[in-house]
Design a protein around this ligand. Structure first.
Ligand SMILES: *[C@@H]1O[C@H](CO)[C@@H](O)[C@H](O)[C@H]1NC(C)=O
Ligand SMILES: *[C@@H]1O[C@H](CO)[C@@H](O)[C@H](O)[C@H]1NC(C)=O
Ligand SMILES: *[C@@H]1O[C@H](CO)[C@@H](O)[C@H](O)[C@H]1NC(C)=O
Ligand SMILES: *[C@@H]1O[C@H](CO)[C@@H](O)[C@H](O)[C@H]1NC(C)=O
Ligand SMILES: *[C@@H]1O[C@H](CO)[C@@H](O)[C@H](O)[C@H]1NC(C)=O
Ligand SMILES: *[C@@H]1O[C@H](CO)[C@@H](O)[C@H](O)[C@H]1NC(C)=O
Length: 305
């Protein structure tokens, strides 16, 4: 590694500024040969794959839609957009439900939200919280873990000045609750106690969403006042964390796991398993020949003006 950097730095200084910026270093066995590894700035690693024969099986097929600039990545051929993927988690874009009111209490605009991961190797992580924003709002979240699940949360306040703006969701204008392990489907609808008639001047809308707790900061009275701004910010910055496993219901104890050379298998507590490289090895544990030792296979790109 040090040797490589020295080599690049030497090249750069020799060329007296002809090399604008220097290197992109990439591990070589990310995907099956001939398969795309990039969609916009997202990296797609096997067992995920874009296009025929690129994934472990069809449940890991992704679509990169180049119509969008920059391109967008989706699960399967559906409409669940991917925010990022790591070796045990995937983040998908949030869906925010809302209901907005006139001063008279009539509804002006509303949207329900739901996401279905049933019949996929994906499960909503408990890193997500169900969050309700509003001064006269409660929302129910219903779903399935195999068993049915229903929960809810109430956001209440009578005055914009009561709402803390320290970033925390304390129940005043913002309410958060946990979800059960193994959730595969949820839907939510925002409901109201008094049609916002007492709070509409500083809080015209109620909103609800499932999303990563650590990515969310409550903006206080500003969030209660401007639902458009809140909605856009939340979609852009608060993804939904999804755990992924391979093997469906099978475990490491069963023969023929997908774990290749120099890797080990661990059972996931939600069923299925994952493979990881042994200590001191790197690469993709799902793809032959498996994880690699000392000698790394780097690609060096030099961009010349
Ligand atoms: C990826 O692209 C999106 C959209 O252009 C951008 O908001 C984000 O910052 C980029 N992420 C990285 C890591 O470059
Ligand atoms: C890409 O997105 C556009 C716009 O939403 C849509 O019309 C098109 O069918 C999509 N293409 C694929 C391959 O999904
Ligand atoms: C509000 O809704 C009621 C019925 O729900 C309707 O009669 C009334 O015209 C609505 N008012 C406005 C201003 O839309
Ligand atoms: C809220 O609106 C609903 C439907 O428009 C109506 O039935 C109900 O009476 C209203 N409640 C209050 C407290 O205004
Ligand atoms: C809400 O914020 C947006 C910017 O995100 C701004 O364009 C809009 O005017 C604001 N709306 C209100 C009611 O302040
Ligand atoms: C896993 O087991 C459940 C219940 O035992 C069954 O309904 C489901 O189809 C199985 N999934 C797979 C991928 O085998």
């Amino acid at each position: 590694m040090l040797l490589l950097l020295t080599f690049v730095l030497t090249l750069m200084s020799l060329s007296e500024g002809n090399f604008a910026s220097a290197t992109a270093i990439t591990m070589s066995n990310i995907a099956r040969p001939g398969c795309l590894t990039q969609c916009g700035n997202l990296t797609v690693q096997y067992p995920f794959g874009i296009g025929k024969g690129c994934s472990l099986d069809e449940s890991f097929d992704l679509t990169c839609n180049l119509t969008y600039k920059p391109p967008k990545l989706f699960i399967g051929s559906g409409n669940i957009e991917i925010y990022s993927i790591s070796d045990s988690e995937m983040r998908i874009y949030n869906r925010v439900a809302y209901k907005c009111y006139k001063a008279s209490g009539n509804v002006t605009d509303e949207l329900d939200a739901w996401t279905n991961l049933e019949n996929t190797p994906f499960t909503f992580s408990q890193k997500n919280k169900f969050t309700v924003i509003g001064c006269d709002d409660f929302a129910l979240i219903g779903g399935t873990t195999g068993a049915e699940f229903t929960s809810g949360c109430l956001g209440a306040c009578s005055n914009a000045n009561d709402v803390p703006d320290d970033g925390y969701c304390s129940g005043i204008g913002c309410c958060q609750t946990a979800i059960p392990k193994g959730l595969k489907f949820y839907q939510t609808t925002v409901l109201t106690i008094d049609n916002h008639t007492a709070v509409q001047s500083f809080n015209p809308c109620g909103l609800a969403f499932l999303g990563e707790e650590d990515s969310f900061q409550f903006g206080g009275a500003r969030d209660l006042y401007n639902a458009t701004e809140f909605y856009d910010r939340t979609i852009a910055s608060v993804p939904v964390v999804v755990d992924w496993v391979i093997g469906g219901n099978s475990s490491c104890a069963q023969a023929n796991t997908e774990c290749k050379g120099n890797s080990f298998c661990s059972d996931a507590d939600i069923g299925g398993y994952r493979c990881s490289c042994n200590k001191g090895y790197e690469g993709n544990p799902y793809l032959d020949p498996g994880c690699q030792g000392q000698i790394f296979n780097f690609k060096i790109k030099l961009y010349i003006h």
